[in-house]
Write a protein that binds this ligand. Structure first.
Ligand code: PHE
Length: 344
């Protein structure tokens, strides 16, 4: 009987005395004491030969053997890994080429938006950014679109849950009222940002998209100023030979209102499709700021006049980069985005 206990103590001593250091030694230790065919298992089987009053003591011996093996193995493993790392860094080749760092790329929407912003910054507009969660007043009422105004149907609105007042802005025109309320003329701002409308998602429209808004208020600002500014923009954006036209239109916050088209022609399949065979592509809405809007925002319409314009970014981005489906712009598929790595 004593010999079984001695056998166990010998195992324990062997474990305590072992000092595996190389990865091979550590592995051999693991196989001998912890592997699926380890030497402790047959020893445990000897429980049957132990007298009942000594079974408890034998159990404790087995437990201490297992614990000793486990902790020795863990410690040795860590040591051998550190040693391996040290050995590797001792052989570090300082002349080896570095790991390439992957460069990100700008999103086509950002590229297009930045181009537009740059053009207006060069002629004295400064960027104004505002909240996307807006109240009804700044988005609609101040912009001469009170409740029950039929023009509210032009933009299907997402209201915040349980609120008839807070909404996701439907256009960047909300920045107009924000800026007019907080600064006094002369005002010359450009407001890029994301807007939301409750629209069915398809290849051509999405429930979120981006706009750039422009607002210029000062004494004596005229429709001729608006036209010249937009013509200059079109030349910078599409080339100096670009032709533009203004068509009468309607927006509650401008009077008179217009939409601007640029002439792309019908020479290629793409421009034919894009312009529905007319050669003209609509790119923005604009007009003279309605005196009601100025008055709503505490600017005296007897003293000041102004113009405003707003344009969607996605459509121009799709056209610039020859992308066929607006949904691609919001999926953030890296394989798609990588293709624009060379854009500015
Ligand atoms: N806010 C209008 C829209 O979303 C565009 C616009 C802006 C028109 C400013 C006129 C003046 O369609």
């Amino acid at each position: 009987m004593a010999s079984i206990f001695d056998e166990g103590k010998a195992l324990l001593e062997e474990i305590n005395a072992a000092s595996p250091s190389t990865p091979e030694e550590v592995e051999a230790f693991r196989i001998r004491f912890l592997g699926s065919k380890n030497i402790v298992k047959p020893f445990m089987g000897k429980m049957r030969e132990i007298a009942n009053d000594q079974k408890k003591e034998f159990g404790l011996l087995i437990k201490s053997i297992k614990e000793a093996a486990e902790s020795k193995f863990q410690a040795a493993k860590v040591q051998s890994e550190i040693a391996a790392e040290d050995a590797a860094s001792a052989h570090l080749d300082l002349s080896a080429p570095g790991e390439p760092i992957e460069l990100g790329s700008r999103h086509p929407v950002s590229v297009t938006m930045n181009r537009i912003i740059k053009i207006f910054e060069r002629i004295g507009f400064t960027v104004a950014e505002e909240r996307e969660i807006e109240d009804d007043w700044h988005n609609f009422t101040a912009m001469n679109t009170p409740e029950d105004h039929p023009a509210r149907d032009m933009q299907d609105t997402y209201y915040l849950k349980d609120s008839s007042d807070m909404l996701l802005r439907t256009h960047t025109s909300s920045v107009q009222s924000r800026v007019m309320m907080s600064t006094s003329p002369p005002i010359r701002i450009i407001a890029p940002g994301r807007v939301y409308r409750n629209e069915t998602i398809s290849a051509r429209s999405h429930c979120q998209f981006h706009q750039v808004e422009g607002l210029y208020i000062d004494k004596g600002v005229s429709f001729a100023d608006l036209k010249q500014t937009l013509f200059h923009f079109a030349q910078e954006m599409f080339g100096s030979n670009i032709k533009i036209r203004l068509r009468p239109s309607y927006f509650p916050f401008t009077e008179p209102s217009a939409e601007m088209d640029v002439f792309l022609g019908t020479d290629t399949d793409r421009t034919y499709r894009l312009t529905k065979g007319t050669g003209w592509l609509e790119i923005l809405g604009c007009g003279m700021v309605d005196p009601n809007v100025l008055a709503n925002c505490n600017i005296d319409p007897e003293v000041y006049t102004g113009f405003a314009f707003g344009m969607g970014i996605e459509r121009t981005a799709l056209q610039n980069f020859d992308i066929g489906d607006i949904r691609l712009l919001f999926e953030n598929d890296i394989r798609f985005l990588r293709q624009f790595a060379s854009a500015l």
